[in-house]
Write a protein that binds this ligand. Structure first.
Ligand SMILES: Nc1nc2c(c(=O)[nH]1)N[C@H]1C(S)=C(S)[C@@H](COP(=O)(O)OP(=O)(O)OC[C@H]3O[C@@H](n4cnc5c(=O)[nH]c(N)nc54)[C@H](O)[C@@H]3O)O[C@H]1N2
Ligand SMILES: Nc1nc2c(c(=O)[nH]1)N[C@H]1C(S)=C(S)[C@@H](COP(=O)(O)OP(=O)(O)OC[C@H]3O[C@@H](n4cnc5c(=O)[nH]c(N)nc54)[C@H](O)[C@@H]3O)O[C@H]1N2
Ligand code: SF4
Ligand SMILES: [Mo]
Length: 701
């Protein structure tokens, strides 16, 4: 098979072909792509109409994918730093020179202690091959530190594991048949567009749609009701809903008796949460809570689309657990259109051992670095608990200088002159500015990959549509080459990308079907827990988790107040959340001009009641600050913000920001109750109007 095997599109010219692929981005929708290639050039990226979940539709970002792929600022050759760290000055070098020097530097460090080398990666591509395929083999063989990939979903993941048994939930298409849908901690129109299509169908068929979100999002605009609770108060709301289910006896006693664990204890706890108590904590009217409970208690089938937005606070794990108990209480799981979906990714039979080869560790047990605390960890001195000082970082599929919390520390860490940093990238991001070497990586249009999803349950294959641009190489190839330069001669380093694609699912998914159609659907029951069978130790939905109790945590889900409570009248009276911007994907796409033109400039939404006493008007340049740092952006005085909460939208590239910073200048490195996750939305700040002179001072970075 040739590396660019394609099929001719009907009605197109002889040198025009359409190539089936998969969207690589960190988005629950994992769309099937169809790329039109004319004379070797990708001219159009569309949704594959044959894939039901994609339905031929892509978001604005990826429909403009050619603009990103052929961006004039693509890094197309290896670059070596010539300026100071962070200055962004580089000169081209040959692949051979770069790889030889990197291998020599890493080998010297590894000879002392390979754990001083840290891989740093996340979900720039979600592809199983170009993410942790060959890369994991390389770092396992090396014996480098392990990375705890917590930056997005760790608290919610732990919560699901300890309640339902894993990342298992409703199949997304059946939301179309629900009669009540709670969109909880999710701006679906922005970040889960293809789910929203099912919501629209349900709505047309008479379903009631409720949005639970501190921000009045574009999704909230289109729901029947919006519950604008304070950030970090979701567990209180869920417990009050339970209170109402109990006192009105809106319970499925049979389901509870057969398929749950710990009901008596949860019942006792929930009875301490009358709606009035929750209303005061959540900052919402009592009537809204009472109405929501009655909706949930009396409507079938009823479904919850939970999303990770609600778990980026101290009590995020407990809150996700409390919410995940709700479908079992009313027996919502009995219907395929009832229950809950946070992530579907646990349903895939991925053969990670075959891909990542943990056996290459050969009995070594390297320490684990938490990606959320990379700021602190880069600045740590060696000690017994921590191990060696971090001497080298290899960054791929991630932009930590922009996305990790408490940027002041992250930047200080990356700026260490004694730190050796290699960044595999498409662009010279904020992180790449601090690299010793930038290595040019291919985009999804240029390499093979295979994908699971966390929003649906299909497997997708991505074929390369065009040749690698410039001297770019797939991540897997870069790690293969690095392995060769390091003298790693195990046969697994010779596996090509197509072999890795085949290894990902072994015989459990038909590779011929993937080659033929571009996607394959997992064979799964319509309703995962209709008759219990939760993949927990007890086989039940665990209201009480003995495993959590054994970790010294509360075995029952409870409300944990935020680390940072924004008290009115205090120095930091406003809570700040920083949810995604619709036309960016985390920090990806910020440098695509046509998309940045839609998002315009970094901004903070502030409610008129909070803006007026501060003399802030829409369009004013403001300083958002707390003891960790100061972030300049424009104010948008808007009822999209609730009183007391400001919304710093999107993770901008720092260097494209007003004062060379982004929202993460303000966020903290504290962790969630479970999963050691980040608390991006548990952050208190003050906002002040900038004097015109300060606003004009530009970008110091
Ligand atoms: N366009 C676009 N799509 C994306 C992304 C993006 O950056 N842009 N990001 C992708 C990623 S990485 C992920 S993880 C997924 C899911 O990503 P999520 O981050 O979950 O994305 P959203 O659903 O847009 O946003 C979450 C919503 O939660 C709300 N929220 C904040 N704090 C709280 C709280 O305490 N309680 C409740 N109930 N709500 C709260 C926010 O206001 C926001 O509307 O989406 C992916 N899709
Ligand atoms: N304040 C605040 N901070 C946040 C969030 C928030 O809501 N608020 N969201 C958090 C969440 S949910 C997440 S998931 C993280 C995301 O953090 P990251 O996973 O770091 O996501 P991106 O910012 O999109 O950066 C991905 C980078 O990978 C690169 N890339 C893409 N494909 C490839 C490839 O094939 N090869 C190589 N070598 N590089 C590639 C892209 O060019 C891009 O620069 O950010 C977190 N940070
Ligand atoms: S970012 Fe999401 S919605 Fe957009 S094409 Fe990719 S998977 Fe689809
Ligand atoms: Mo994420």
């Amino acid at each position: 098979m040739s590396a660019t095997e394609t099929f001719a599109a009907s009605g197109t010219g002889a040198d025009t072909v359409q190539v089936r692929g998969a969207c690589p981005h960190d988005c629950p929708d994992t769309c099937a792509l169809l790329t039109t290639v004319a004379g070797g050039v990708a001219v159009r990226v569309q949704g594959n109409p044959d894939h039901p979940q994609t339905g031929g539709v892509l978001c604005t970002k990826v429909s403009r994918y050619t603009e990103r792929s052929y961006h004039p600022e693509r890094v197309l050759q290896p670059l070596k730093r010539v300026g100071r760290k962070g200055e962004g000055k580089f000169e081209p070098v040959s692949w051979d020179a770069a790889l030889a020097d990197i291998a020599a530097r890493l080998s010297a460090i590894a000879a002392r202690d390979p754990q001083a080398i840290v891989p740093y990666s996340y979900a720039g591509t979600m592809g199983l091959v170009q993410a942790e395929g060959m890369a994991a083999r390389f770092f396992n063989r090396l014996g480098a530190s392990l990375l705890d990939r917590t930056i997005c979903s760790a608290a919610g993941t732990e919560a699901l594991v300890h309640t339902l048994g894993g990342k298992v939930g409703m199949r997304v298409q059946f939301f179309a048949e629900s009669k009540l849908i709670l969109i909880w901690g999710s701006n679906s129109i922005a970040s889960n567009l293809h789910f929203w299509r099912y919501v629209q169908q349900a709505k047309r068929d008479g379903a009631r749609i409720v949005c639970i979100d501190p921000r009045k999002t574009e999704t909230a605009d289109k729901c029947h009701e919006h519950i604008a609770l304070r950030p970090g108060t979701d567990a209180a709301l869920a417990l009050a809903l339970m209170h109402e289910l109990i006192v009105h006896d809106w319970l499925d006693h049979d389901y509870i008796a057969r398929h749950t664990l710990g009901w008596d204890a949860l019942r006792e706890l929930a009875l301490q949460w009358p709606p009035e108590r929750a209303a005061a904590i959540c900052g919402v009217p009592v009537e809204q809570i009472v109405r929501l409970a009655s909706d949930w208690g009396t409507t079938q089938p009823a479904a919850i689309r939970l999303n990770y937005g609600m778990q980026r606070v101290r009590g995020g794990g407990n809150a996700a657990r409390a919410i995940a108990c709700l479908p079992a209480l009313t027996g919502a799981w009995r219907h395929r259109a009832g229950g809950l979906l946070l992530s579907s990714s646990g349903q895939y039979p991925i053969d990670r051992a075959a891909l990542q080869r943990p056996d290459l560790l050969a009995g070594r047990q390297p320490r684990t670095i938490n990606m959320v605390t990379i700021g602190d960890d880069l600045l740590r001195e060696p000690d017994e608990g921590f191990g060696p000082r971090i001497e080298a970082l290899v960054v791929y599929n991630s932009n930590p200088v922009a996305v990790a919390p408490e940027s002041v520390k992250v930047v200080r860490g990356f700026a260490r002159e004694d730190l050796f940093t290699v960044v595999l990238e498409h662009f010279q991001t904020d992180t790449a500015d601090y690299a010793d070497y930038i290595l040019p990586a291919t985009t999804q249009l240029e390499h093979w990959d295979i994908h699971a999803s966390y929003g649906h349950t299909d497997v997708l294959l991505n074929r390369p549509a065009i040749a690698p641009q410039g001297q770019a190489l797939p991540n897997a190839q870069i790690f293969r080459e690095l392995a060769r330069h390091m003298g790693f001669d195990e046969p697994c380093f010779a596996d090509d990308d197509l072999t890795l694609c085949r290894a990902a699912f072994g015989e459990t998914v038909s590779f011929d079907e993937l080659l033929d159609k571009g996607f394959a659907t997992l064979q799964l029951p319509d309703a995962p827990f209709a008759s219990g069978s939760f993949p927990t130790p007890s086989g039940r939905c665990e209201f009480f988790s003995a495993r959590l109790a054994a970790q010294g945590l509360d075995g029952l889900p409870d409300h944990l107040p935020n680390h940072e409570l924004a008290e009115p009248g205090s120095a930091w009276p406003l809570a700040m959340i920083s949810p995604p911007a619709r036309n960016f994907l985390n920090s990806s796409f910020v440098n695509v001009d046509s998309l940045r033109a839609i998002e315009r400039e970094p901004l903070v939404e502030i409610h008129p009641d909070d803006a007026a006493p501060r003399g802030i008007r829409s369009g004013d340049a403001v300083r958002v600050f707390n003891p960790r740092g100061s972030y300049h952006c424009k104010a948008d005085v808007s009822a999209r913000a609730r009183p007391g909460v400001v919304n710093g939208l999107g993770v901008w590239w720092r260097k494209l920001g007003l004062n060379g910073t982004n929202v993460n200048e303000l966020t903290s490195q504290r962790l969630t109750d479970m999963g050691r996750g980040p608390v991006f939305y548990d952050c208190r700040v003050e906002v002040a109007r900038l004097a015109p002179a300060e606003a004009a001072c530009g970008n110091p970075a």
